[in-house]
Design a protein around this ligand. Structure first.
Ligand SMILES: O=P(O)(O)OC[C@H]1O[C@H](OP(=O)(O)OP(=O)(O)O)[C@H](O)[C@@H]1O
Ligand code: HPA
Ligand SMILES: [Mg+2]
Length: 183
């Protein structure tokens, strides 16, 4: 796929690379401050969280450990199935640890709501959430999110880790997908 094809698939850019990096840096400052003097385990949720995890981890000044989980609830469509499957579990034992789940997006909230409850049952000292994007108008469950990059409109978005049928994850910006791509 060449760059011309990618542009044609997008309706418009919501946040460009610089805006995203600036916001991640701000979140990192808050996280460094909140967890000062405590060991933090950041948990990236594959595959969408790869970009935000890599950028956030490098923006943090404190020591952190990193682990990964892979879950899937969307398959290849644009609607959450609501059924969350663990495709890869954590390597770490969470007992007594401060855990920060790092996600690309909160859409219906079903994935994170399920995941937070799941991780809380493993005996950690705390579990909080950091998400790069959130769609307030799409929420199907209420969920406490300590760190949010941007609240965005209720439209299907791609880029910065977010895919449509596994494509567009590698874009360094986030944009809305033109309807002709998925209709
Ligand atoms: O709030 P929700 O409606 O549950 O949607 C958010 C979740 O859906 C996407 O993951 P997906 O299941 O598509 O897997 P992926 O990260 O591999 O793309 C996204 O990365 C979040 O994990
Ligand atoms: O808007 C979205 N785009 C891509 N993946 C997603 N997973 C949940 N919402 C979205
Ligand atoms: Mg996805």
């Amino acid at each position: 796929m060449d760059s011309h094809d990618v542009q044609a698939d997008l309706k418009h850019v919501l946040y460009d690379r610089e805006q995203i990096q600036q916001r991640i840096a701000e979140l990192a400052v808050a996280i460094d401050k909140d967890y000062e003097g405590r060991d933090l385990l950041i948990v990236g949720v594959l595959k969408g969280a790869v970009m935000v995890m890599a950028d956030l981890a490098r923006a943090l000044h404190s020591h952190v450990t990193m682990d990964w989980m892979a879950v899937s609830s969307y398959g290849s469509g644009t609607q959450s199935s609501g059924v969350v499957r663990i495709l890869k579990d954590l390597d770490s034992d969470l007992m007594g640890k401060h855990v920060l789940i790092v996600e690309d997006i909160i859409d219906s909230g079903l994935t994170l709501s399920w995941l937070k409850t799941n991780l809380e049952s493993r005996g950690p000292a705390s579990v909080e959430i950091c998400a790069a994007f959130r769609k307030p108008d799409a929420a199907k469950v209420k969920i406490d999110v300590k760190y949010v990059g941007f609240d965005i409109p209720n439209e299907f978005v791609v880029g910065y880790g977010l895919d449509y049928a596994e494509k567009y994850r590698n874009l360094d910006f986030v944009g809305t997908l033109a309807p002709h791509v998925y209709e």
